[in-house]
Design a protein around this ligand. Structure first.
Ligand code: 2P0
Length: 320
């Protein structure tokens, strides 16, 4: 009744932005991501007849606020097995201190895998990815390593992720930590606001489906420039829809723009470097892994060493 799992964070190259079904976390568009080796969560779940309430510890501290979400998530397993057993959940986030990248993706993927094993439900990866989805949308993709596609589907069972490439070639990311403060507005809320008020939202959905087709062709060819161009523009389109929401949502900070300018200069020098940004000011640079240290050297002129993290592609969720 006890198991521990490790799941890695992922960064979307084609973004998920907006839900078609809030309750089931079914998105309006399919998305595609790279699983990262450097950032992960380890979570242990122990079901026990000896306790009457769930308990949750994050980074060795009791966390009664997050507990509510964790309990609701464990109910998915309890309901399926028709049991009432409570659990002790201990989770450690392996992200650089105050990285501002503490990811619900790796968190819910690790929780899903540990609960799956500990409860004895033993779902396969595809079903596990539908469970993770109900914790947090992006967690759907963190069940797998390499390059992962979350196929939007149109029901609980058909909205899941699959690995489309093991990415065991020259590809990686440089993550630049611009600001480690709490998000100004959560992605869940920001998505809703965008869907409801942005006049550009329908174009976002339409365009991202086309971007997905194009990037999959570029991935087949291992064409890093094409992959980068498509993903960079897809991120900008997502942020453009947010900027047009009412009230507007803006995650850019001055140093985010500075990283973007450095990336553009690197490209002028012939290096294949492309930026992407999510619901926060940190910037992730897609590149050849073999170019990552050159890119880091350049960033060191403007940023602190501890704020620049080079990472290769990460593996699928594992029981440890
Ligand atoms: C993504 N993001 O594809 C997009 C791009 C942020 C920007 O998924 O509401 O924490 O729990 O489903 O997954 C972050 O949102 O949101 C996210 P919920 P989630 O990675």
């Amino acid at each position: 009744m006890k198991a521990k799992a490790r799941a890695h964070a992922n960064i979307a190259l084609i973004k998920y932005w907006g839900k078609e079904d809030e309750e089931l976390s079914i998105p309006n568009n399919s998305s595609l991501s790279l699983t990262l080796e450097a950032f992960y969560t380890e979570t242990e779940v122990e079901f026990s007849e000896l306790i009457s309430e769930d308990e949750f510890y994050l980074d060795n501290r009791k966390d009664d606020i997050t507990l509510l979400k964790v309990s609701k998530f464990l109910d998915l397993f309890r309901d399926r097995l028709n049991i009432k057993t409570r659990a002790i959940v201990k989770s450690i986030n392996y992200v650089p201190t105050a990285a501002g990248l503490a990811s619900s993706a790796s968190a819910f993927a690790a929780l899903a895998a540990a609960a799956n094993k500990a409860s004895g439900l033993n779902l396969n990866d595809k079903a596990l990815s539908t469970f993770a989805r109900k914790g947090s949308g992006s967690a759907t993709r963190s069940i797998y390593g390499g390059i992962v596609e979350w196929q939007k589907g149109d029901s609980d069972q058909t909205s899941y992720a699959i690995e489309i490439d093991d990415a065991n070639w020259d590809i990686g990311m440089v993550v630049v930590l611009v600001n480690s403060n709490e998000k100004k507005i959560s992605s869940t809320k920001a998505m809703k606001q965008t869907v409801l008020t942005s006049p550009y939202y329908p174009s976002w959905v339409k365009d991202s489906e086309k971007d997905l087709i194009d990037i999959k062709a570029a991935i087949k060819d291992r064409d890093i420039r094409k992959i980068g161009e498509i993903s960079e523009r897809n991120a900008l389109k997502m942020h453009a829809t947010m900027l047009a929401a009412k009230p507007p949502i803006m995650y850019f900070e001055p140093n985010s723009i500075l990283v973007i300018q450095i990336v553009q200069q690197l490209r002028e020098k012939g290096i294949a470097a492309y930026f992407t940004m999510d619901a926060g000011p940190n910037v992730k640079i897609l590149c050849k892994l073999s170019d990552a240290n050159t890119i880091k050297e350049d960033l060191l002129k403007s940023f602190d060493k501890k704020d620049i993290i080079v990472t290769k592609v990460g593996p699928k969720v594992q029981i440890i």
